[in-house]
Design a protein around this ligand. Structure first.
Ligand code: ADP
Length: 449
């Protein structure tokens, strides 16, 4: 899958996602608006029912109040004796005596006459005794019948506060005020947002996996190309030399015979070493390399490398400076691997030089409290920020289109990092594309194990 197909797949995926979300949005919006209309209708119906209920209750209570007044020969004005405190709570003022049985009988008869069929609590208050004499639930049992119960129901505290006699009627099953059901309408949106987030997370995750897979596939292809390229040259040389040996008679030209044989031998050795090196590093995992540690002077290694590389630089031109300021430079390390690390980094500095400027190499050492720090700086091609984070990965090479002008397998820095970490150290890089790079190795001073 190439880069273009990945982008097309991502683009199509996003279009599908947004289409699904748009359809969802339209559906939910439609469903909500019809639900809203339904709720409004229901609320209107409920409020009409509530008004009707209150009129019936107030009618029945007024009749009850008149009957109580008649019983007590009370001829005072009955206006305002029935009061609605809430949709489900009423109280009625009266003068004189009132038997609870008379009250209950009159109330049930009047409620029945007005077709009020809800359970209710009747509370009777005697202001002389400042006491609630009766407060019980009367249940509607169907067939136009009410039944007294012994269930005592706590009533709101504002029932009996005045200085006259009252009885209060409370309907526990009636909602005290109209509930605004539209408050619940937020939930589908929360759900939709959650679904969107989930899909986005899933999509991002999938895209990251696709990109990672593509990177791995590129690395693999790159590795195979490099390997083929690296192996082809010695194989071709061996083939040429052996063909020459086979097709000619060199029995009287011992020198040429020797030359061809040694070419075959050395190319074969190179081949073997290369395959061995690649396989060893490719198999290498953290902690897998057995280290043979000894006390060594790192400055000696650096000086040795300086001599070797200065000779190389004579051919290609450039300078190699040392700035060894570290006072403690004797460490307990595996000399072969640490030497390889230094040589690898210097090798890279030369491999990845800029053709248009003379190479400038600097190796500097210093100490902090616990470490020896080695900086290897070059003025080469540098590495882009987006690649820096990968360069220590196995097989990773900075992509340069289809053709790599510098040979390699992307194993050198992986090996370097691995070895340094096995010595308890760290390696970091600062690089600027087109300007150069600095690799900084930190190795602990005392690590004798
Ligand atoms: P190789 O050199 O075999 O490709 P390495 O692991 O040594 O593998 O390096 C990985 C990549 O890091 C290289 O392909 C190269 O692009 C980049 N690189 C390493 N060292 C340098 C350097 N000194 N300057 C610029 N780029 C570098």
């Amino acid at each position: 899958m190439n880069r273009k197909s990945i982008f097309i797949a991502i683009f199509l995926g996003l279009i599908c996602l947004f289409s699904i979300l748009l359809i969802q949005y339209i559906w939910i919006k439609k469903a909500l608006s019809s639900q809203h209309t339904e709720i409004q209708l229901q609320m209107r119906k409920d409020s009409l029912n509530a008004i009707e209920f209150q009129q019936k209750v107030q009618g029945a209570l007024r009749e009850t109040s008149i009957k109580i007044a008649l019983l007590n020969n009370d001829v005072s004005d009955r206006y305002g004796t029935v009061r609605r405190v809430q949709n489900n709570l009423f109280y009625v003022e009266f003068q004189g005596d009132l038997q609870k049985d008379f009250l209950i009988n009159t109330l049930t008869r009047e409620f029945d006459r007005m077709s009020v069929t809800n359970d209710f609590v009747v509370g009777l208050y005697n202001c002389y005794k400042n006491d609630v004499q009766y407060s019980h639930l009367i249940k509607f049992t169907g067939d136009r019948l009410f039944e007294k119960t012994n269930i005592s129901i706590a009533h709101p505290s504002f029932y009996f506060t005045n200085e006259s006699h009252y009885f209060a009627i409370y309907f526990p099953t009636v909602i005290p005020k109209n509930v605004d059901l539209s408050e619940d309408l937020g939930s589908p949106w929360v759900f939709l947002v959650m679904v969107c987030l989930l899909i986005l997370v899933y999509l991002t995750y999938s895209i990251l996996i696709i990109i990672r897979q593509k990177k791995l596939a590129d690395i693999k292809t790159d590795f195979i190309n490099n390997m083929t390229h690296e192996l082809k040259t010695p194989i071709a040389t061996i083939k040429l030399s052996s063909t020459a040996l086979l097709s000619n008679d060199f029995s009287d030209d011992n020198d040429r015979l020797q030359r061809y044989a040694s070419i075959i031998y050395s190319e074969n050795k190179r081949l073997e070493e290369q395959v061995e090196r690649v396989l060893t590093i490719a198999k290498m995992d953290k902690q897998s390399t057995p280290l043979k540690k000894a006390i060594v002077d790192i400055h000696d290694f650096i000086e040795e490398a300086h001599e070797t590389f200065e000779m190389n630089l004579e051919e290609i031109g450039g300078s190699f400076q040392l700035s060894m300021k570290a006072k403690s430079h004797v460490l307990y390390v595996d000399s072969v691997h640490i030497k390889n690390v230094i040589f690898n980094l210097l090798d890279n500095a030369i491999k990845y030089r800029r053709e248009d400027v003379p190479i400038q190499l600097v190796v500097a050492t210093e100490n902090d409290k616990k470490n020896l720090i080695i900086h290897i700086t070059d003025n080469g091609v540098g590495i882009d920020k987006s690649d820096v984070k990968y360069i220590f990965d196995k097989f990773y090479r900075v992509p340069k289109g289809d053709v790599h002008d510098v040979k390699g397998f992307g194993l050198g820095l992986y090996y370097v990092k691995n070895i340094i970490e096995q010595h308890g150290g760290t390696i970091q890089i600062k690089s600027e594309k087109g300007k150069g790079s600095t690799f900084t190795i930190t190795l602990p001073l005392k690590r004798i194990e």
